[in-house]
Ligand binder design. Structure first.
Ligand code: SF4
Ligand code: SF4
Length: 338
């Protein structure tokens, strides 16, 4: 088995950093997320590979919160595109958990399949190598397994690392992973180890049949009750590893400017407001219902799996205590005969 000793982690980051931007999980002040290794401040940042879920998932590496798309120039009635910003700089995500890797593969479905390829996403995604950190002790809010995520054998990763205490078992999965492994091969050692036994989940979640049952529940009174406390703050969408809604805006300086896209949230009233003033989701209830139907029903119908990876972040951050787990339970228990 190939092993990466924890004493050599920084050497690996430094080596990879010579040719790629390396994103690692860190605690930074009150915040935690995947930040570039070259910004690591030894006195104040903490490298946090043991964390099950840092506050922000690494989706911004392939789908940035704000992204310039192209420059534009207005000449009379014509608008010319000057320069596009398809960003193919090499990047490495080091230590993503299975739920976050699944979040990225959900975005692959959206941006790269069904007859359309988003060139901005594609450029970043192709240049990104994912090293997943297998989970052996699911956290209090985790329920990824119920959503079909293989937490011990993360799918979609180029390399999988497994924590064995003093180091990580290093398993190369894809060709991209092999190229990366070749760069740091002299920092790995050969040793036989026993892998840990995965611990059980701390909560029981049963998603079986939920997508199918939701098909007949669009007008169900349960949405009035469940959405009552939602403040439409949108934080659940921003911390979610699989939410991908965005808006496209323009910034002009005289007759020159640029278009950019930035994350949006279906929880906002403006999200579906139309130019003529109409809005198909004017109230909190409609937006709330849409979010959970999209996560649990619509996406599964289109792509064969839910748009929730069971990371538990939205249940932890919601100021109103709304939990997708409780929504799944409520749907299971709902009376649909009336
Ligand atoms: S975090 Fe909670 S209150 Fe805020 S929009 Fe999401 S469900 Fe509603
Ligand atoms: S919906 Fe909530 S639990 Fe599911 S992936 Fe998004 S943040 Fe995680």
């Amino acid at each position: 088995m190939k092993i990466l000793s924890k004493t050599r982690l920084e050497n690996v980051f430094n080596k990879l950093n010579e040719t790629a931007e390396v994103f690692v999980p860190m605690q930074r002040g009150e915040q935690s997320g995947f930040y570039p290794w070259q910004t690591f401040a030894a006195g104040s940042d903490k490298l946090w590979l043991e964390a099950l879920n840092v506050y922000l998932p690494p989706k911004n590496v392939v789908f940035p919160q704000t992204e310039r798309m192209y420059n534009i120039k207005q000449e009379g009635q014509d608008v010319k595109i000057d320069e596009t910003y398809e960003d193919s700089k090499s990047r490495v995500i080091f230590g993503a958990r299975a739920c976050d890797v699944k979040g990225i593969t959900c975005m692959d479905d959206v941006f790269l399949t069904r007859g359309y390829e988003d060139s901005f996403y594609k450029a970043r995604r192709q240049a990104t190598t994912i090293i997943a950190n297998a989970c052996y002790a699911p956290g209090i809010a985790c329920f990824c397994s119920a959503m079909g995520v293989k937490y011990v054998d993360p799918e979609g990763a180029d390399i999988i690392i497994r924590d064995i205490g003093d180091g990580y078992v290093w398993e190369t999965i894809t060709e991209k992973g092999e190229m990366l492994t070749a760069r740091i091969a002299d920092l790995l050692e050969e040793r036989e180890v026993t892998l840990p036994e995965p611990k059980p989940f701390q909560q029981d979640v049963n998603y079986d049949g939920v997508a199918e049952k939701l098909k007949g529940m669009f007008e169900h009174p349960l949405w009035d009750k469940l959405s009552q406390t939602c403040q439409n703050c949108g934080i659940c969408t921003y911390v979610c590893p699989s939410c991908y809604c965005f808006d496209i805006q323009v910034k002009m300086y005289g007759n020159e400017g640029y278009r950019f896209r930035c994350w949006d949230s279906c929880m906002y009233e403006e999200y579906t407001r139309e130019a003529g003033g109409g809005n198909p989701r004017p109230a909190s209830k409609e937006r709330f219902r849409n979010r959970f139907l999209h996560k649990l029903e619509f996406f599964k119908e289109r792509y064969g799996h839910p748009l929730c990876t069971g990371c538990g972040r939205c249940t932890v951050v919601c100021p109103a205590g709304i939990s997708i787990v409780k929504i799944i339970d409520a749907v299971k228990e709902a009376d649909t005969d009336a």
